[in-house]
Ligand binder design. Structure first.
Ligand code: ACO
Length: 333
C-alpha cells in the first residue's frame, strides 16, 4: 500500500434534536391511532418535533458544531459543507449555505445541498469521501438534517406517526490508511422508476403551491407503506452484500450494523436476512422515529459516544429512501 495514499475518514460525528418530544400517547390525542398500533408495527414510541420558532438549520448547526468539536477542528478548517435534506428552511438559499453562516464557516468554503430522501447522509458521505481521496478538499462537513414535521399531514395517521425531526453531522477528513474512522467502502444505488411509492407531490415546480394544493394537502409526504417495506428490505440487504463482497469480508467480520431507522420490522427483516445477531444492530427508532437523512449518523453517533461502538470495530451502514435511493457503507471506527 502506498504510504502517501490519501484515505477518507469520519473524524467526528454529532447530533442535534429539538427538545420537544411527541410520544405515541400525544399522537392519540391528534389522530385516530394508539400507542399499541404504532409500537407494534413500527417500534416507534416517541419522536422530536421542532417548535414554531425553530428550524431545520438550528438542529443542523447544533449537530455540525458537535461533530467539529469531536474532530477537534474549527469551523474555518472546513472546505465544503454538504447538507442532505428534503426539508430545507427555504428552497433558496441552500440549507448548507444557511448552516455555513450559522456555524461561522466564513472562509469561502463551498456549500450545497443533496436531495436523496432518507439515503441523503450516505450519499453526501460518498461525495465527500471522493473529494477527500482526490485531494481536492481536506475537511468536508456532511450533514443529514430534516424538519419533516413541516411536511406531514397531521390528519393522516398513516404517515404522521412515522417521522420525526433531527440532525446528524459528520466531518470527513483526509488521513492515512488505518487511521480511525476510515471509510473502507461506500455504494449508492437508485431506481427512479419507483419514485411514486414515496413522494412529496406538490410544492416543486411541477405543482407549485396553490389554493388547490393546500386544499388537497398534496404538499405533504405520501407513501405506499407495503411497497416501501418490500423494496427497502430487498435493497438494503443486496447493497450490504455488495459491500461485504467488495471487501472480501463475511457478515461475521462485522461488529455493528447501523441501518436506516424507519421501522423496527424493516430493521429486523434486514438483520435476519443478513444473519446479523440482534445485539449487533444499532437502534434509535424507538426514541426518534424516522428522521430520514438523519437516522444513520445520529444512531452511529449515539452508539460511538456511549462506547457501544468501540474504536477499531467494523461498522456496516445501510439506508433506503424515496427516489428510490439506497446505500451501503463500511467504516473501521
Ligand atoms: N393507527 C392506527 N391504525 C392505522 C394507522 C395508525 N397510525 N395507520 C394505518 N392504520 C390502519 C389502516 O387504516 C388499516 O386499517 P383497515 O384495515 O381498517 O383498512 C390498518 O391499520 C392496516 O393498514 P396497513 O397500511 O395495511 O398497515 P401495515 O400493517 O402495512 O403497516 C406500515 C403500515 C407500518 C406503514 C407498514 O406498511 C410499514 O412498515 N411500511 C414500511 C414503510 C415505512 O416505514 N416507511 C417509512 C418511510 S420510508 C423509509 O424511510 C424507508
Amino acid at each position: 500500500m502506498a504510504k502517501d495514499k490519501i484515505i477518507a475518514r469520519i473524524a467526528g460525528l454529532g447530533s442535534g434534536f429539538p427538545d420537544q418530544e411527541l410520544t405515541n400517547f400525544d399522537l392519540e390525542k391528534i389522530v385516530d391511532t394508539s400507542d399499541q398500533w404504532i409500537s407494534e408495527r413500527t417500534g416507534i414510541r416517541a419522536r422530536r418535533k421542532l417548535k414554531d420558532n425553530e428550524n431545520n438549520s438550528d438542529i443542523a448547526a447544533k449537530a455540525a458544531l458537535s461533530a467539529l468539536e469531536q474532530a477537534k477542528l474549527n469551523p474555518m478548517d472546513i472546505d465544503l459543507v454538504i447538507a442532505c435534506t428534503n426539508s430545507p428552511d427555504r428552497w433558496m438559499p441552500s440549507l448548507a449555505a444557511t448552516v455555513q453562516a450559522k456555524v461561522g464557516i466564513n472562509n469561502g468554503a463551498a456549500a450545497y445541498d443533496i436531495i436523496t430522501a432518507c439515503a441523503g447522509w450516505m450519499v453526501g458521505l460518498e461525495v465527500a469521501a471522493s473529494f477527500v481521496k482526490s485531494g481536492q478538499y481536506k475537511n468536508v462537513l456532511v450533514i443529514g438534517s430534516e424538519a419533516l414535521s413541516r411536511f406531514l399531514n397531521w390528519q393522516d395517521r398513516t404517515t404522521c406517526v412515522l417521522f420525526g425531526d433531527g440532525a446528524g453531522a459528520s466531518v470527513v477528513s483526509a488521513g492515512s490508511p488505518g487511521d480511525p474512522g476510515e471509510i473502507l467502502a461506500l455504494k449508492v444505488r437508485s431506481d427512479g422508476r419507483y419514485g411514486d411509492i414515496l413522494d412529496l407531490p406538490a410544492g416543486g415546480s411541477a405543482s407549485p403551491l396553490s389554493q388547490k394544493v393546500l386544499e388537497e394537502k398534496s404538499n405533504f409526504i405520501r407513501m405506499n407503506g407495503q411497497e416501501i417495506y418490500k423494496h427497502a428490505v430487498r435493497s438494503m440487504v443486496s447493497v450490504c452484500k455488495e459491500i461485504l463482497e467488495s471487501q472480501n469480508l463475511s457478515i461475521d467480520d462485522i461488529d455493528w450494523l447501523v441501518p436506516h431507522q424507519a421501522n423496527i420490522r424493516i430493521i429486523d427483516a434486514v438483520g435476519q436476512k443478513l444473519k446479523v445477531p440482534s445485539e449487533k444492530v444499532a437502534l434509535n427508532v424507538h426514541k426518534y422515529g424516522n428522521t430520514s437523512a438523519a437516522t444513520v449518523p445520529t444512531c452511529f453517533d449515539e452508539y460511538a459516544r456511549d462506547g457501544r461502538i468501540k474504536r477499531g470495530q467494523l461498522v456496516l451502514m445501510t439506508t433506503f429512501g424515496g427516489g428510490l435511493t439506497w446505500a451501503g457503507g463500511l467504516v473501521r471506527w
